[in-house]
Write a protein that binds this ligand. Sequence first.
Ligand code: CTP
Ligand code: MG
Length: 373
Amino acid sequence: MRTTAIIVAAGRGTRAGGALPKQWQDLRGAPVIAHTIRAFAGHVDDIVLVLHGDDLHRAATLGLRAVAGGDTRDASVQAGLAALAADPPDYVLIHDAARPLVSADLIARVKGALATHTGAAPALPVTDALWTGTDDLVTGTQDRAGLYRAQTPQGFHYGAILAAHAAFAGQAADDVAVARAAGLDVAIVAGDADNLKITQPDDFARAAKLMGRDMDIRTGNGFDVHRFGDGDHVMLCGVAIPHSRGLQGHSDADVGLHTITDAIYGALARGDIGQHFPPSDPQWKACESHVFLRHAVELAANMGFTITHIDCTLICEFPKIGPHADAMRARVADITGLDPDRISVKATTSERLGFTGRGEGIAAMATATLVKS
Ligand code: CTP
Ligand code: MG
């Protein structure tokens, strides 16, 4: 069954405050809506965004189809449904952009229930006692039996919810209200207490805390040595530096890039550079080392990790690294796609002691930090 997610994000987030509508505000380094989109990626066949007319220009940065919403949530949902009419999916999952913590399991539960129901939506039974009140005074109590707190995504057979919205007049609390008005059956699936809707200013901190709880933060280290031989330059962190000697090695002997590559493999617990690119294999002879680093970066992305920081120390008496350090950072940034501010390249001598001190070769060590959230 082909399923499209409609992510509604055309509201102005007045209750949440801030300089931007809540779905565009930062949550742990990315806009709220980017987290919401990521939560659906891979779990639906297609995603359409419903944005405020003023925000349509932002769609390009998200790389998804977007249509303009309306003044009410209903109108925004209708705009999303209409956008799918030319190539209708079997199911739609209608979701608030303001719920970035929706889990894959919850999405699966809603989709699963659509095999036997025209509609399905997550909800949590009310567990707190309920009161009525006026002006901070309790005026009565309310039986909570049979009451639920509704969440999204709310899933429907596409044709049925399209017709239900077309026939609906007035204001609806959500799409389940619209479906019920049209007589559709809507199954309740288990909601998730973490699937909160960012509504008030302090919900950002709550959402950030919940996200951080599942963060997988890893640190990997790398170490490498190459021996000096004949030559007129050395390759260090992707930059050719003129020198009276060259570095020996099967590839271009870039000891800096090799050690950074190994640090990333280390954080992923996926072996080392020699395992992925055996020196015995002639195809890596004279290979430029950015090929190795790009492989490690891609492996990290495929495993769901973001590289957040790289720190590399080159150990040699000569050549002097300082004048080239910024060029090296820029080159490593270019290869990895990281911001240069997240890359450190520094150097030390070994006080003329040992093989680096005697000028027999260059050693390098690196640390890489990777995060999956
Ligand atoms: N929404 C929408 N179009 C509207 C109103 C709301 O697409 N005209 C979306 C919001 O962007 C949000 C979801 O519906 O993702 C749930 O609405 P709500 O939490 O009420 O968000 P806002 O309307 O933006 O916030 P507020 O009511 O505080 O202004
Ligand atoms: Mg609203």
